[in-house]
Design a binder for this molecule. Structure first.
Ligand SMILES: Cc1cc2nc3c(=O)[nH]c(=O)nc-3n(C[C@H](O)[C@H](O)[C@H](O)COP(=O)(O)OP(=O)(O)OC[C@H]3O[C@@H](n4cnc5c(N)ncnc54)[C@H](O)[C@@H]3O)c2cc1C
Ligand SMILES: O=C1O[C@H](CO)C(O)=C1O
Length: 511
């Protein structure tokens, strides 16, 4: 941007901030945290964007001020939680809002074990607030860095056939629409908006409050064991997914082995997880370095993965670690460093076929027994492929954009590819194209937050029976398109047009 244009731009946006912070009711300026032309990137540094303004409101009044001004000035708003979505869902050149400063507990209901919180609260903060009260989150994914609103907006899940996705623990929410109006929603109040907003993709408004349904605090006794992968397939329909409350499987396609992690609630005393040099900084750095070299010598990848597997776990079958930890500590893990993650939800019963066909493909796919119409030649992948489940057989209405299987329990296959020192792995797009072809062949739908690369707007409309309802409701509650952000326009919204941007001062005087 040339110096004159940049000077003009800074004046325009400093006007915006001074206008933004003016509170007509009190005739004073609200102290406002805003930064001009912010540099945003996702956690994994997979995507970058340059929002014109990053605004960090600390109160509901400030949030309403921002929404009203954005509407009046034809700006779009993208709310960013902790920016952990690996795709470009939170990228924008317009206004970005972050609620890290809007993260307090509002009220609690001891009888119902419910906590109402401001929506910027991070999961680890929420876990701490619940623990103070002797409560816990019923289920969790791999980390707790996300904001609660951000985690549910893309339908974050854990791995248990006795729990659904995290959205299932949301008993109610309050959403501020582009009109500036706030609506409380639940299964019995504004039910349609509630089911649309439970997986909102940031497209309906700013979720300002969430009523979280907790459970009594619990500790988990967990163990992990190395098994030959065929054993996973043999026990798929018997007790693999039912023998414990929480179960996740890490599949190592070059080792012929998988690790089964299982956990159940316990009264036993806490017992720390085993430490090894491999699990610390040195092990993590040595893995990243080895993967970096394998980006130059891809054929080395299987050897690296087998070495890392034997260091991290063990080669022969059998137990490889156990502990007793608080629920939210046991369920989370170190997800290492920058990565692409391409995760799809398919019907649980299709799991063995998915794993067998992908393994055949990765082994070279002689005679094209996998049925995947792309060559695996020269493609080497990283491990593990995460194999996780959710109980999506609940009778109550599901979130409209819930990517889980609608007719029974769901399997999630997560094809993680690491980016050692931010370097993309070779042939990653060819791998993902083949993986996604297989997932679609098995009736799958991609995780909204992750790095899917070959699903069109038309395909999404075919995948989701409630998509038309969701878009119609979205357009009805946001006629000005304040929350019709770039990602939604590219992936979901048909024929959406943004509004013209006019001068902020003149705009405010008129209203
Ligand atoms: C290391 C790592 C581990 C992960 N583990 C798992 C896992 O185990 N299981 C799983 O399913 N996913 C997992 N994820 C994905 C992650 O849970 C989701 O991407 C989640 O959406 C990120 O939450 P966030 O707060 O960072 O939201 P962001 O990525 O910042 O935003 C996500 C969406 O939420 C919207 N949003 C945020 N706040 C609000 C608000 N207040 N009102 C309205 N919209 C809002 C944003 O606009 C955006 O559309 C993982 C990601 C990483 C990087
Ligand atoms: O998106 C995700 O990243 C981690 C894997 O590293 C995980 O479990 C996800 O889900």
């Amino acid at each position: 941007m040339d110096p004159e244009a940049h000077k003009e731009f800074r004046k325009y946006t400093s006007d915006a901030i001074s206008t933004l912070s003016w509170d007509a009711e009190t005739g004073t300026h609200i102290p406002f945290r805003a930064s001009v032309s912010h540099k945003h990137h996702t956690w994994a540094k997979t995507y970058f964007s340059n929002p014109e303004l990053l605004l960090r409101p600390q109160s509901g009044k400030e949030i309403r001020l921002i929404v009203n001004l954005a509407r009046q000035c034809g700006k779009t708003i993208v709310v960013v939680g902790s920016g952990h979505s690996p795709n470009n869902l939170t990228c924008t050149s317009s206004w970005m809002v972050n609620l890290d400063g809007f993260s307090s507990v509002v009220s609690e209901n001891d009888q119902e074990l419910q906590l109402e919180v401001e929506a910027g609260i991070r999961l680890y903060q929420l876990a701490g607030e619940l623990e103070k009260r002797g409560w816990s989150m019923p289920n969790l994914g791999s980390i707790t860095a996300q904001s609660i609103a951000g985690a549910i907006a893309t339908n974050t899940h854990g791995s248990s056939l006795r729990h659904g996705t995290l959205s299932q623990a949301v008993a109610g929410l309050t959403i501020m629409l582009s009109s500036g109006e706030s609506l409380r929603c639940s299964a019995t109040e504004n039910g349609d908006l509630y089911h649309a907003a439970l997986v909102s993709l940031g497209g309906l408004g700013i979720i300002t409050h969430i009523v979280f349904q907790a459970v009594p605090a619990f500790n988990l006794a967990w163990k992990q064991e190395v098994v030959k992968t065929p054993q996973i397939l043999d026990t798929w329909k018997t007790d693999l997914w039912t023998k414990s409350e929480f179960i996740r499987v890490w599949w190592f396609p070059y080792s012929g082995r998988s690790v089964v992690w299982s956990a159940d609630k316990t009264e036993e005393p806490l017992r720390e997880r085993p430490h090894s040099w491999y699990g610390g900084g040195l092990g993590r750095f040595s893995y990243e370095l080895a993967l970096y070299f394998s980006t130059w010598l891809p054929w080395l990848t299987p050897t690296v993965e087998r070495y890392v597997f034997s260091m991290q776990y063990r080669w022969e079958e059998g137990p490889t670690g156990s502990a007793v930890q608080k629920g939210h500590d046991a369920l989370t893990m170190d997800c290492l460093f920058s990565q692409f993650v391409n995760e799809w939800a398919i019907p649980l019963e299709k799991g063995p076929e998915a794993i067998q066909r992908l393994q055949i493909w990765l082994d070279g796919d002689k005679d094209n027994k996998s049925g995947i119409p792309f060559s695996p030649k020269g493609i080497y992948v990283h491990a593990p492929i995460e194999v996780r489940v959710a109980d999506t057989t609940v009778e109550t209405e599901r979130p409209w954009l819930d990517q889980s299987c609608q007719t029974g329990p769901t399997l999630y296959l997560n094809a993680t590819l690491y980016r050692p020192f931010l370097k993309n792995p070779p042939e990653w797009e060819r791998y993902y194209k083949a993986f996604e072809w297989l997932m679609k062949d098995l009736g799958g739908r991609p995780h909204w937050a992750k790095n899917f690369i070959s699903t069109s707007k038309e395909e999404f409309w075919g995948m989701y029976p409630k998509m038309k309802d969701w878009v119609e409701l979205r357009n009805a509650v946001d006629p000005h398109g304040v929350f019709a952000n770039d990602w939604l326009k590219k992936n979901i919204l048909k024929g959406e047009k943004g509004t013209e941007i006019t001068q902020i001062k003149e705009q405010i005087k008129k209203t």
